[in-house]
Design a protein around this ligand. Structure first.
Ligand code: NAP
Length: 278
């Protein structure tokens, strides 16, 4: 019989910086549930054993974070087709029969964060410029394509990684040289930074925004600091900006729903609880 005390957590290496326990434990308390969400520091050499142990320990599932998001796919019994296209999982849900199912909610979280700023936002509004071609960029490309985007321009320091995405995802996705980033903004409806540039402790993203239309939404998936130099410059220019906190909070919602049976909401109280950890 399934326990009414529900446990979940996040596996990463290192994992102590993760804000996921704050998010999920906030919701457990807010919705009056019995359960707990913990941190699991899992060394890469122990990943398979840790994942296979979820069911034996009676956990409802777990989140998967850096550096395990790609490797974890090999150790679950089924991977959601969306996560297959994204090439990574960030959530495992233990099924009633003990099978382990893998999902990726990063793209969902990203789109929801844009909708928080602009409720009617649509991926097919116009060209999207993506800076970076790592794991997060890949999840965002898939979500934009599924939303109907027909012109996605990817610029990455290492061109070959942007080329790989363009080859894999077809005509709607183009790889451009990193040095072309200012010109690539012409006519864009969305600009998103998925590189680590602008994060606390890293150098700022160096980009001239003069060709970016004022109507473009500018987002940065970094959330420390909340306003990166890119968002600061875009806000001064008059563009609507979206920081990375919304993506972090919204990606957690479908996982919580799968484990705890409640689709939780992102509230100002939750945002304050996270901001208090910075
Ligand atoms: P990743 O796979 O390691 O990709 C990192 C990207 O940053 C690559 O495109 C890399 O370019 C680029 N980059 C790193 N240093 C650079 C530099 N000095 N100049 C230019 N480009 C540089 O990482 P990821 O998982 O995609 O995560 C990327 C960022 O998103 C991180 O800051 C992470 O914290 C954030 N993130 C936020 C959320 C959220 O919920 N808000 C979720 C996921 C990730 P190369 O290919 O040339 O190395």
């Amino acid at each position: 019989m399934k326990s009414t005390h529900i446990m979940a957590g996040v596996m990463g290496w290192p994992v102590s910086h993760s804000r996921s326990p704050v998010i999920h434990n906030h919701w457990i308390s807010e919705y009056g549930l019995s359960g707990a969400y913990g941190l699991f520091p899992v060394h890469p050499s122990q990943l398979e054993a840790a994942i296979r142990g979820l069911q034996a320990l009676g956990l409802a599932g777990c989140n998967i974070t850096i550096p395990h998001k790609v490797d974890a796919m090999r150790f679950v019994d089924w991977v959601d087709p969306l996560a297959v296209r994204m090439g990574a999982i960030n959530t495992i849900v233990v099924q009633q029969d003990g099978a382990l199912h893998g999902f990726n909610h990063d793209g969902y979280g990203y789109v929801q964060s844009l909708r928080e700023a602009q409720p009617n936002w649509q991926a097919d509004t116009g060209p999207a410029v993506i800076l970076g071609a790592g794991g997060a960029a890949r999840a965002i490309v898939v979500s934009l394509l599924d939303g109907g985007a027909t012109d996605i321009r990817i610029l990455n320091r290492t061109l070959s990684k942007a080329d790989d995405l363009a080859q894999e995802f077809g005509m709607a996705v183009r790889a451009l040289n990193w040095s072309e980033r200012a010109d690539a903004l012409e006519g864009a409806a969305l600009l998103v930074n998925t590189t680590s540039l602008g994060m606390n402790g890293e150098s700022a993203l160096d980009i001239d925004l003069s060709k970016l239309p004022i109507s473009a939404l500018v987002s940065d998936i970094i959330y420390v600091p909340l306003e990166t130099p890119l968002l600061h410059a875009a806000r001064l220019k008059g563009n609507t900006t979206v920081n990375g906190l919304g993506m972090l909070l919204h990606q957690a919602r479908p996982a919580f729903h799968a484990w705890f049976g409640v689709m939780p909401q992102v509230t100002p109280q939750l945002k304050n609880a996270i901001l208090a950890t910075f």
